[in-house]
Ligand binder design. Structure first.
Ligand SMILES: Cc1cc2nc3c(=O)[nH]c(=O)nc-3n(C[C@H](O)[C@H](O)[C@H](O)COP(=O)(O)OP(=O)(O)OC[C@H]3O[C@@H](n4cnc5c(N)ncnc54)[C@H](O)[C@@H]3O)c2cc1C
Length: 413
């Protein structure tokens, strides 16, 4: 768990991801005075950016603060596979919550990616966004029978996808795995460009963005007073926390933990080294592997997650070793790809017991909302959070919001 006051963006990620080219550095003004606003968003990563764009488009007066550079926290470390399939399979989620609730959660996730795709297309956001299918491949303890069971449950839920047996998978995608499920409706992007493009839209619609560090949140009348590290205050009707894996102590829950993850990007590959349609690939095993391509034909591949490390320096020191392990897996997955790392990076990875985000009102503080899109679908869930929180601020609340509540109990299978 990261300390809310002392964690810096460099603690959240190390090494060099491929997203650091072509971005426009957003202007940062230090906040040296007190301020009043309708909605304050704390954190200007992809979550804060999605919130700011949506809330300003709805006509709200929004101020965003970040204590460091917008987008340079976990957002920059992301591999930005924008999938509706959740870290917990539908079978696993059903064992936690029953079929109806699990299927509804999967549909909310499906709608979130569809919404994100529409948003990027409608606004013409320049962020290397591509519509993709995703290929969920057998691996480790998950073989063909388990994938077939997952496919049948998804069919029952009305979710799209086709089961591929060994020979079909080999013929269609040339992967040597027992089976897979190919599903339409996902996407990929450059996460840093996406965050910056959304912030630019928000600013165009009147949002202000400041360099400021929030240290405390106190209820005041119908709103909140947020104290800043420099002694200044922001008085806001509503406050949304989009602080990523750095959560204030008063919100911490047993549902959430932090692991470490590693990823590499190869140099651009020749077309025959890549796979059909450059689909998103993710492995069904516990110790899972995921891969995508980029617009300049690199392979980005990651995994090797470890939840035993506690210090960012330990995580970063393992980059060479983890890169080698990932490259070995790439050689097995795609023998004709050039398995050499051009870029290597590491990141803290926030996760929950059920693979679901923490979204909603802070317990006991009605004007304070939290938008924590944890897990491998972090960005999908950030989109969902932006829509749910906008509705909550508008006074609407649906029963299914409870599925993501911060104070939901830890699930028991
Ligand atoms: C290696 C890796 C791979 C991933 N792959 C994927 C993937 O393929 N698909 C996917 O959907 N997700 C993926 N994720 C998850 C996804 O990247 C995250 O869910 C997402 O980036 C979180 O964004 P955020 O805006 O919530 O947090 P951040 O980007 O960390 O932004 C939070 C911001 O809050 C600021 N802040 C914190 N505290 C304060 C404070 N007190 N005052 C002011 N500012 C503050 C920070 O400076 C930071 O800029 C991956 C993550 C990692 C690490």
């Amino acid at each position: 768990m990261f300390d809310s006051d002392t964690t810096v963006q460099q603690d959240l990620r190390g090494g060099r991801p491929p997203w650091l080219t072509g971005f426009r550095r957003p202007v940062r003004d230090r906040l040296e005075r007190d301020l009043t606003c309708e909605i304050l968003i704390v954190g200007a990563g992809i979550t804060g950016a999605l919130l700011a764009q949506h809330l300003t488009a709805l006509g709200h007066q929004v101020c965003v603060i970040d204590r460091q550079r917008a987008g340079f926290g976990s957002t920059t470390a992301s591999t930005a596979m924008l999938q509706w399939e959740i870290d917990c399979s539908l079978c696993e989620l059903t064992s936690f919550y029953g079929f109806e609730r699990a299927a509804d959660i999967y549909w909310r996730s499906h709608q979130a990616v569809a919404g994100l795709r529409t948003l990027v297309d409608d606004l013409g956001l320049q962020c290397a966004f591509r519509h993709r299918s995703s290929l969920y491949i057998a691996g480790g303890e998950v073989g063909a029978p388990e994938l077939l069971a997952e496919h049948h449950l998804r069919e029952r839920a009305g979710l799209p996808g086709i089961y591929l047996d060994y020979l079909t998978l080999r013929r269609e995608f040339d992967f040597d795995r027992e089976a897979a499920i190919i599903s339409p409706g996902s996407a990929d992007a450059d996460p840093l460009l996406l965050a910056h493009a959304l912030l630019a839209q928000a600013i165009q619609h009147g949002a202000t963005i400041f360099d400021a560090h929030a240290v405390s949140y106190d209820s005041f009348g119908h709103g909140l007073i947020v104290e800043l590290e420099n002694g200044r205050h922001i008085e806001a009707g509503k406050v949304v926390l989009a602080t990523g894996y750095v959560m204030p102590d008063f919100l911490k829950t047993d549902l959430h933990s932090t692991a470490s993850s590693w990823a590499i990007a190869t140099a651009p590959q020749t077309p025959d080294s890549l796979w059909r349609d450059e689909v998103l690939i993710w492995e069904a095993s516990e110790d899972y592997l995921y891969a995508r391509t980029t617009t300049d034909k690199r392979i980005v591949i990651g995994g090797e997650d470890d939840d035993s490390l506690t210090k960012p320096e330990e995580r970063d020191a393992l980059m060479p070793e983890k890169a080698e392990a990932i490259l070995k897996k790439l050689s097995l997955l795609r023998p004709n790809a050039v398995a050499k790392a051009d870029l290597v990076w590491s990141g803290a990875f926030g996760q929950t017991e059920d693979g679901l985000p923490l979204i909603g009102q802070a317990p006991g503080m009605p004007s304070l909302y939290a938008a924590y899109g944890y897990g491998g679908n972090g960005i999908t869930f950030s989109f969902l959070a932006s829509r749910m929180i906008a509705k909550m601020i508008g006074g609407q609340r649906a029963g299914w919001y409870e599925n993501f509540a911060l104070d939901r109990p830890v699930p028991k299978a």
